[in-house]
Write a protein that binds this ligand. Structure first.
Ligand code: SF4
Length: 499
């Protein structure tokens, strides 16, 4: 499908994300990067339910007045029909709010072109397996939380069976409901079996859990990004030849499905033109801020005109090296997208899902040519923080108090809302602030009537380390992070147990 470029619009890709597995969000960034590379939108952003930036913060990062929102989810259901509309305050296919026109598209997984993607993946992973001697199993999570994901897989099974692809058998199987993927050998009549996980990412389920159920691994192993060699196919198990692919969402062609969903949206709803070109407000503001003498954000120095580079970013503790010839041996990167890789793990291998944590690794320098690239890099080191600072300065930032944040929690985190005020106040002292490795300045209160008690954490200004070495963009915490919410849940449970 030919896509008509939208240079004055923004694309916002929404994903689930994970507080445990960094690979969960990798495909979303990859899809965004691919669409950015094609220069089809004025801006391309990603946001998450469980990682930063949150959906609410992401809208502050967008200059464009027209925004296409595409859920990078495999099915319609709870997240796409309840969580995302609620978080982004959407009122239907198109919502006009705060000067922005927001178009809400269907999730990628329900698009008809997913069928071809599954077949492409199956052929890639098992090129030598003749379809007539092969069973193709599409696997998902199962369980009652989202019946629509099961339906999406069954739909694909029917479509592939009717497609003439020639597989001897096509079936579905699940981790937690029948037919079970653990019984893949009993489900297949053929010598060759190809299993394609119907997930967006090679996260916990598809890369770590399902291989154990298949018998490829004896126990749950490390995340994909912490494994040096991706698994080799085929696997000779249970008297059969098994081919296991990576998750369907990691297919680069999924970027095209995102675009297909936008084209379908335009065809269905024919949205009228939105007046106003992309203003480039945020990059130009960032440029002015740096010209005014600001040279730091979080644990990063932002140098202007270092050697032939317009901008150079490096860890504050690497300043001596960065200013030496050949950057003192620091690893030199020139792509803004590298910021995500640099900031994903700490020096000792901890997954940094809370980006305000003061454990950014050292040993790198990132040079960039434009304010747009600089903003993109900063948005990966400290998601949305530059925009939040600018909007706060301009009096346009809305802050979410803790009680409102906890009231929006779902599933097992719903219980976090039962924490007492005293318990929440105590948690701020135990979890927030630089003494506990968080560099953010808290803007929220417990609720409108209840400010935070005075403490080192509640007093902290969002500028870690020695502020006199330069002026800095403070990291602002406009709503409690997922880490804080998870701790509220634990504390609420402890309070209940004490009663
Ligand atoms: S809630 Fe606390 S720990 Fe979480 S980002 Fe905000 S200040 Fe940091």
């Amino acid at each position: 499908m030919l896509f008509t470029p939208k240079p004055n619009s923004a694309l916002l890709i929404v994903g689930h994300g994970s507080t445990e597995n960094p690979d969960s969000s990798t495909p979303y960034f990859d899809h965004a990067e691919e669409i950015r590379r094609r220069r089809l939108f004025g801006e391309v952003h990603v946001c998450f339910w469980k990682e930063e930036p949150s959906m609410r913060e992401a809208l502050y990062m967008i200059d464009a007045r027209e925004v296409y929102i595409v859920p990078d989810f495999i099915s319609e259901g709870y997240f796409t029909q309840e969580v995302i509309p609620r978080e982004l305050e959407l009122e239907g296919p198109t919502t006009i709010r705060d000067g922005k026109t927001l178009h809400y598209c269907l999730p990628v997984g329900v698009h008809k072109s997913m069928t071809e993607l599954i077949l492409t993946r199956a052929r890639e992973v098992a090129p030598q397996a003749a379809p007539e001697d092969t069973t193709l199993i599409i696997t998902g999570h199962g369980t009652g939380l989202n019946q629509n994901s099961t339906k999406a897989i069954r739909d694909q099974v029917d479509l592939i069976a009717a497609s003439g692809a020639g597989y001897k058998m096509v079936t579905d199987a699940y981790m937690e409901e029948q037919p079970f993927i653990a019984e893949w050998d009993k489900l297949s009549e053929t010598q060759n079996v190809v299993v394609v996980p119907f997930f967006i990412s090679d996260g916990l389920h598809s890369f770590q859990d399902i291989p154990v159920l298949l018998g490829i691994e004896p126990e749950v192993g490390p995340a994909a990004s912490q494994t040096e060699v991706f698994r080799q196919n085929p696997h000779f198990l249970r008297g059969k030849t098994l081919y296991y692919s990576s998750a369907i969402g990691t297919e680069p062609l999924l970027a095209d499905v995102i675009l297909d969903q936008i084209t379908d949206f335009d065809e269905k709803y024919s949205p009228g033109p939105v007046a106003g070109a992309n203003s480039g407000f945020l990059p130009s503001q960032l440029k002015q801020i740096l010209r005014s003498g600001v040279n730091r954000i979080g644990q990063i120095y932002i140098y202007r005109d270092l050697c032939e580079f317009a901008y150079a970013l490096f860890h504050v503790e690497d300043e001596d090296l960065a200013t030496q010839p050949a950057f003192g041996g620091l690893d030199h990167f020139t792509d803004a997208g590298k910021a995500r890789e640099i900031s994903t793990y700490s020096e000792d291998g901890e997954y940094r899902f809370t980006k305000g944590k003061t454990n950014l690794r050292r040993g790198w320098i990132l040079t960039l040519d434009t304010e747009q690239d600089l903003l993109r890099a900063l948005d990966q080191f400290y998601p949305a923080c530059t925009a939040l600072f600018i909007k706060h300065r301009d009096g346009e930032l809305s802050v979410q108090n803790l009680r409102e944040k906890l009231a929006r929690q779902t599933g097992m985190y719903r219980y976090a809302g039962t924490i007492s005020d005293a318990g929440a106040q105590e948690l701020v002292k135990q979890i927030c602030g630089p003494a506990h490795q968080c560099a953010k300045r808290i803007l929220w209160r417990i609720d409108e009537q209840t400010p935070l008690e005075d403490s080192e954490a509640s007093r902290f200004n969002g500028i870690p380390g020695d502020a006199e070495r330069g002026t800095a963009i403070p990291l602002l915490c406009r709503e409690a992070c997922n880490h804080f919410v998870a701790e509220c849940r634990k504390a609420a449970k402890a309070e209940f147990d004490k009663k």
